[in-house]
Design a protein around this ligand. Structure first.
Ligand SMILES: N=C(N)NCCC[C@H](NC(=O)CCC(=O)O)C(=O)O
Length: 444
């Protein structure tokens, strides 16, 4: 049976804006209050997704969330008509209004952790939506994320959907951004590498001093239990707290893997050697650890360019390619490194660059925008086929964006009641295009 690694990219929602909501995420803070372009953002994302489909990859899309989130605003005491709720919120608590308007669900690497059927005891693909408790604007995503995942992977025989972990800092879970699956072939049992930022139950264990460590060991272990993974298929490794303090808020900002390749910065982890030995012991194939030294690329350059927030994909030819943001071309050290990398005799042979700057300005690179789901042919056939990218869907979604999205949005526009109507009209139409049913609260 054939096996694939599918990428499901998050569609950028109509309220994409720069509100400076993510402490510890350098781009989010430094671009706060800039004017965004939701239409361009959505189109950049669609172009990246379509290009991967054109390269022969299985590519899907995940629907965005409903924003402004009036349900959360009402839950915290703002009342009256929808317009009144927005008005009161902007006057009394503008920061809370901003948190309820983010299009952050576009970064589907944070939607969930996914374990392919080859790794799980019941032979199903398991999904656990990430609770994202570290950031208020993201903590309101998991319930709807669960609905969207169930409508996209809507087959009980092949897909097992779990509830997100308890909403407490001890179980801080950021999903696939802190999880990498290593394997020989996508259909073979692999090693699931869980990278955490801190151990919540041990106050004396290493942790960052300045910025939050969003992922806990306790969360990673809970996901591994839920997904019915064998101990022999799991490695739990700690992210270097010093790099979190330099803006590496997720592990996918400092390392990325694909099959038997792990591409990483030398400062990415703690206890690197011992943990890499454990990975080698648990893998049934040779590993390629592709290390980038600080002398080649500094942490600062890695964070600015998102060298490691690239996607490493295996093309139908069997060769690996890197999908990088154009920001990597614009950084001399990183561009020189990538030009050299493809000559080094590693499995990575080519680099493709895409402009995803609208997302990058909020700290979301190509890898943030996608959720990986390794599947066999039968599982791919069981996916909601209307979510899979092809020429027809690409055209329909571009037309849909043109019709509903603004080309300018500032934080002060978030209190505009018209945005509620625009957003709901767009999402209602999208659920028809993708045949998702009623995944949004306004439809229930
Ligand atoms: N690395 C991965 N996988 N994902 C990137 C997520 C970026 C996101 N930015 C934001 O949420 C910024 C929103 C704002 O400031 O308006 C975050 O920090 O959670």
């Amino acid at each position: 049976m054939k096996h694939f690694e599918a990428n499901f990219d998050g569609l950028v929602g109509p309220t994409h804006n720069y509100a400076g909501l993510s402490f510890g995420n350098v781009a989010s803070f430094s671009n706060a209050a800039q004017t965004s372009n939701p239409k361009a953002a959505a189109k950049q994302g669609l172009q990246k997704a379509k290009s991967l489909a054109d390269l022969g990859m299985v590519q899907g899309v995940l629907a965005p969330q409903e924003r402004p989130d009036l349900y959360t605003l009402r839950r915290i005491g703002f009342s009256g008509s929808d317009a009144e709720v927005l008005q009161k919120a902007v006057q009394q608590a503008p920061a809370l209004l901003n948190a309820c308007c983010s299009a952050s669900s576009m970064w589907t690497a944070n939607a969930a952790t996914v374990s392919p059927s080859a790794d799980t005891r019941d032979g199903k693909v398991h999904f656990t939506p990430a609770n994202l408790v570290d950031k208020l604007h993201r903590s309101i995503e998991p319930v709807t994320t669960g609905h969207i995942l169930q409508a996209t992977f809507n087959n009980d025989r092949h897909f097992k959907h779990h509830q997100h972990l308890p909403e407490h800092a001890s179980f801080g879970d950021e999903g696939a951004a802190n999880h990498t699956r290593l394997c020989a072939e996508y259909g073979h049992t692999g090693v699931e590498l869980f990278v955490y930022g801190q151990t919540a139950t041990n106050p004396n264990a290493p942790k960052p001093k300045k910025y939050p460590a969003r992922q806990t060991l306790e969360a990673s272990q809970a996901v591994a239990r839920l997904h019915q993974l064998e101990d022999e298929s799991c490695v739990f490794m700690q992210q270097n707290p010093d790099v979190i303090d330099q803006g590496v808020f997720h592990n996918d900002v400092i390392s990325v893997g694909n099959q038997n390749v792990l591409f990483y910065h030398e400062q990415a982890f703690l206890n690197t050697e011992a943990k890499f030995d454990e990975i080698c012991r648990k893998m049934n194939t040779e590993m390629h650890f592709v290390k980038v030294a600080t002398s080649q690329v500094s942490i600062d350059d890695a964070v600015r360019s998102y060298l490691f927030n690239t996607q490493i994909i295996t093309l139908p030819s069997g060769e690996m390619a890197i999908i990088a943001p154009t920001n990597c071309q614009e950084n001399p050290a990183v561009y020189a490194y990538l030009n050299e990398l493809v000559t080094l005799g590693t499995p990575i042979k080519k680099v493709h660059y895409y402009d995803v700057k609208q997302s990058m300005q909020n700290g979301g690179g190509p890898a943030c925008l996608r959720l990986r789901v390794a599947m066999n042919e039968q599982e791919v056939a069981a996916v909601n086929q209307n979510t899979l990218m092809n020429d027809g869907l690409f055209t329909r979604l571009n037309t849909w964006v043109d019709k509903h999205y603004r080309d300018q949005l500032t934080v002060s526009d978030l209190a505009d009641p018209q945005l509620i109507i625009e957003s709901r009209t767009a999402l209602d139409e999208l659920t028809q295009i993708l045949k998702l049913g009623s995944v949004y609260q306004f439809q229930r």
